[in-house]
Each structure stands twice: as structure tokens, then as C-alpha cells.
Design a protein around this ligand. Structure first.
Ligand SMILES: O=C(O)CCC(=O)C(=O)O
Ligand SMILES: [Fe+2]
Length: 322
């Protein structure tokens, strides 16, 4: 189905119910399923290995913040907390007021995102343990130069209001797997399967981002190939966690006041993708020879990490532990 002005939509509200009631599609990729009580082995074989997104309804159920994260809860705990969004200073209570008054016509600021470890250290224990589906994670490995993650926040909290739209279409940098838990409200993700880069006007300077402005409503005169791109809308509701495998292009918008927690995962399965993006970035920056060396080191380190993982490495469930 292709509608003027909307590109190709695999389905509307692809995952509003369980696997049996997803909307049928004629598109080439499979619908996003909504699962609960999923076993780890099935998660790996059915979703992570084939790189198929899934919504887990109970992945974060053990977090103390689960079910306790409304704007009112945050106002009670943090109303006076100073926060900075897009160069402007607010108190969190004031920001939450703006977001609750936000409408699609007059949206409040978005994204209001904060590194939990830096801006909300009080919350670290409230979003733990890290759920097992998202492990192992190599990002904290001692074999991995941590400067590679400079500027990448690995555990973020987002506040949004109706009409708040994420500003660019992207995949998560360095091809990390993305995990996004919706603690409050409804957020709509628009996702594009990997392999459609030739239709998405990839920004040559920032190859994990599309250069299509206003991508929620693209200008198809200017970006005609976008019409052929197959997208899918996924509604993620309070309590649910979206797994977006590496390389899936996505963007999001809040339909109601929302609070979400997002983090990334780097495992053996997306290691080759990670290494090639890291090397390609060095090449793009004109330091290709250094990039090749780094790539060789990372490939070797990956072998060691794989062995270590057989003995339980990279399975820490506390944030910040290495
Ligand atoms: O929740 C959102 O607005 C999208 C977040 C996202 O994709 C990201 O931070 O990488
Ligand atoms: Fe993302």
C-alpha cells in the first residue's frame, strides 16, 4: 500500500495486540510482535539473531520505577530539579507542566533527554536490574577503548508531550541494538528495516542519520525516493519495552505525556557491524590507516570477549558495573 504523502506503510499500529492479532501486511518484513514471559533462548533465536524488532510487555517489570513513573510521581520527587533542554534552563516541574500542556499544534520541547548517571543519579537503582534479554553487553568491557563511546549516553531518560517529535531519522550510532522502555504514556515509533539506505537520503557526514528534514512529514518532491521506503508504525505503551536491532532506522513521537528509558547493547552478534562502522568513521575522518589498525584490534578483542562470555562475562545487571 502506498499513499500519497505517506510513503509505504507496512501497517498502521502494527503491534497493538498479541502476535495473533497483529494487522496483516503485504510488505516483505514481518510484523512486530508483542510478547510477555518470553524465554531468553527464544528471544535470541526468534528476534535478536534474525534482527527482528519485538515489544516485550514485561522486560522492565522488576524495576522499582515500573508503574511508579507518572509526571506526578516525578513532580513529587524532582519538581525543583534544574534541567537544561536545548539550551534553555527549567525546573523539572516546569518542564513537566509544559509537556502536559503540549499539543500536536503547539508541541512542548522535545526531546527532553538526560543521562541518568549524570543528571538523575538518584534513579540509577530505580531502573535496575538491567534485564537479561539485553545481555551480554560489551560496552563496558575493559578490552574496549572507552573513548569510542565519547558523547554516547548509554542510559537515558526521556520526557515528552503530545506532538513532541524526535528530530531525525536514524539508527543508533555504531550499530548498537536499541532498547526503549516506555514507563509512562504512549509513544509511536516509525521504523524502517535496514537495507533501505538508498531510499533514506543518508547524511554523508553523519551516516547513521537521514538528511530528510521534517521526516515525520517528508517533502516527497525533494526526497522522491522516500516514497518507496517501507516503514512501519509501532505503538509502544506504558510498561512496554521495544527492542530495535542494530541498523533499524527509526524515529519517534509522543502521543501523550511520556516518560521513557533508553539504552543500547553491544554483543557478539552486532560486533562485526560495530567494528565496520567504527572503521568506516575513521576512514571518513581521513584517518583510515588508524581505523584499520583499530579494526584489527577490535576483531581480535571480539574473539577474546566471546571466550570470556562463555564464562559469564558482560552480564552485569547493575548500571556502571564493569
Ligand atoms: O524515544 C525517542 O524519542 C527516540 C529515542 C531514540 O531513538 C534515541 O535516542 O536514539
Ligand atoms: Fe535511536
Amino acid at each position: 500500500m502506498q499513499t500519497e504523502g505517506e510513503g509505504v506503510m507496512a501497517s498502521e499500529w502494527a503491534a497493538t495486540a498479541g502476535p495473533s492479532s497483529v494487522v496483516a501486511t503485504t510488505q516483505p518484513f514481518v510484523e512486530v510482535e508483542r510478547r510477555s514471559g518470553l524465554g531468553y533462548a527464544e528471544f535470541v533465536s526468534r528476534y535478536r539473531r534474525p534482527r527482528r524488532p519485538v515489544i516485550l510487555t514485561d522486560a522492565a517489570a522488576a524495576w522499582p520505577l515500573y508503574g511508579q513513573a507518572s509526571p506526578d510521581d516525578f513532580r513529587r520527587r524532582f519538581a525543583q530539579k534544574p534541567v537544561r533542554v536545548r539550551g534553555r534552563d527549567y525546573r523539572l516541574g516546569e518542564l513537566l507542566d509544559l509537556l502536559q500542556a503540549s499539543t500536536p499544534d503547539q508541541p512542548g520541547p522535545y526531546p527532553c533527554k538526560f543521562a541518568i548517571a549524570v543528571d538523575f543519579p538518584e534513579l540509577i537503582e530505580d531502573v535496575a536490574p538491567r534485564f537479561g534479554y539485553s545481555l551480554p553487553d560489551r560496552q563496558g568491557s575493559r578490552l574496549l577503548p572507552q573513548r569510542l563511546f565519547h558523547g554516547v549516553n548509554n542510559l537515558e531518560i526521556f520526557f515528552g508531550g503530545p506532538g513532541g517529535e524526535f528530530p531525525y531519522l536514524h539508527y543508533d550510532v555504531m550499530r548498537l541494538h536499541a532498547w526503549i522502555t516506555q514507563l509512562h504514556g504512549d509513544k509511536e515509533f516509525t521504523v524502517y528495516a535496514p537495507g533501505q539506505e538508498h531510499l533514506l537520503y543518508v547524511n554523508p557526514e553523519i551516516p547513521w542519520q537521514s538528511s530528510v528534514e521534517n521526516h515525520h512529514h517528508p517533502d516527497y518532491e525533494r526526497y522522491p525516493l522516500m516514497r518507496q521506503a517501507v516503514s512501519q508504525k509501532i505503538l509502544v505503551r506504558a510498561g512496554e519495552t521495544l527492542f530495535l536491532p542494530c541498523g533499524w532506522w527509526h524515529t519517534a513521537r509522543s502521543l501523550t505525556p511520556t516518560i521513557s528509558v533508553a539504552f543500547d547493547q553491544l554483543g557478539a552478534d552486532n560486533w562485526p557491524d560495530f567494528v565496520s562502522d567504527v572503521v568506516a568513521e575513521r576512514r571518513r575522518l581521513g584517518v583510515g590507516a588508524k581505523g584499520e589498525l583499530l579494526g584489527a584490534y577490535l576483531r581480535a578483542a571480539g574473539v577474546l570477549m566471546r571466550v570470556a562470555e562463555c564464562f559469564g562475562a558482560h552480564r552485569r545487571t547493575r548500571w556502571g558495573d564493569r
